[in-house]
Design a protein around this ligand. Sequence first.
Ligand code: C2O
Ligand code: CU
Ligand code: CU
Length: 491
Amino acid sequence: MKRRAVLGAGAAALGAAGLGWSLLTPKRPGKLLHSRAPLPRPFEARLTIPPVLSGEEITQREAELSILPGLTTRAWTYNGSFPGPTVVTRSGRAATVTHRNQLPEPVVVHLHGGHTPAGSDGYPIDLIMPEAGAAGGAMHHDMATMTGDMTVGSRTYRYPMQQRAATLWYHDHRMGFTGPAVYRGLAGFHLVRDDEEDALPLPTGDRELPLMITDRAFEADGSFRYPSGDSEYMNGILGDVILVNGLPWPVHEVDPARYRLRLLNASNARRYRLELDPQPPGGNAFIQIGSDGGLLARPIVHDTLELAPAERFDVVVDFARYKPGAEVRLIDRDNGNVMRFDVKGPKSKDPSVVPPVLSTTAEPLPPPKRSRTFRFGQGRDGTWRINDLDYRPGRALARPRLGEVEHWRFVTDFHHPIHLHLNHFQVISRNANEPGPYDHGWKDTVDLRASEAVEIAVRFTDYTGTFMLHCHNLEHEDMAMMADFVVEGAP
Ligand code: C2O
Ligand code: CU
Ligand code: CU
């Protein structure tokens, strides 16, 4: 609330000076923030893979991380690492994760892509207040925060896991503060596995790499640089360093063999157009096997992958298409380096295959019971809005019925990655045409550019209650581009 009030005041001042916000809206989301710390050259850090969570408890605490050479970064972490530990669960097997909050501020945990009952979904005012001891005297400043179902010190989230294998992720979701909390380090992978996927001969073990891509800027002392209360950044914050699994432009040695890359764009506002450089002979570097909601029906090949914030692309890259010794950069076409793969010979055994049929559980949804339209735009006060409304807990923009299929149409004036909680959806049209090349499979986040319209089909299943629809540009989300929807039971 505090942050939003400050940004709102800035917006009001500009309004008074006669500048409409629409005039200030740039063509692209986000404003670049430059680091004040000396930055390393790319490809000096070695890629690391986040540890897998053992047990069912995560402690959120501050930790000193080594990200830039010679400096430490004081971050907010899950269990002391950024990304947090990877939670691995099995489809159909209920899991719990207990979060203890030893941070100085309240937190909320959301499992992004989780098919989760409302009480464990991380509603933005269902706060976990800091453990008394850890918070010291620091709790007073947030007592004015709106609270829902609040707990003190810890909370146990229950995940039934009635969902397919997929690359999910968990992150902070506190109302008005999601951007800074995620930026400070509160994000991790959550992988769901199932029998259908296990039966496929996809690359596995060391050849299956979860890659969380984020951008950050750093202060001179090595801490993360995030502007507070500066209305210039309300379009989103872009850092000048790309981190993969928390390290700047890392390098990873690979065999000349197929690798499965689970790519996640966990950046606050940056979108990427990823390519391999050089491209393998003949192109089609990326064989996409999955999207936000798990395996596609059939693989799709791409030269370029466009990832808006929160989107996941599960791809297979065959490094045997390169000569041993090759240095293959993963680049963002717009901004340069992301990371590098160094192909080390000699050719080794590769039992993996990408089968022509991946999944039979991705059939289209039946026709809808009703359709709704959601307009994503900016109010004259500068706040981001859905259907001209800023976020208010308890105000539902839609009340779909349990078990029913609906078509939701998203219309925007600007670039917004739109995310739905509870159920994955299927994109059925983009700008009244076929879905785009990155719209395939079960999605939970869909990328919209200025003046675009996308229609999705979604069925609301298993759980009634309040869930979220929002922009996943985290600065937009914090500046109120979020709405409740309530799934209602049968009459
Ligand atoms: Cu990834 Cu509502 O969030
Ligand atoms: Cu989500
Ligand atoms: Cu947005």
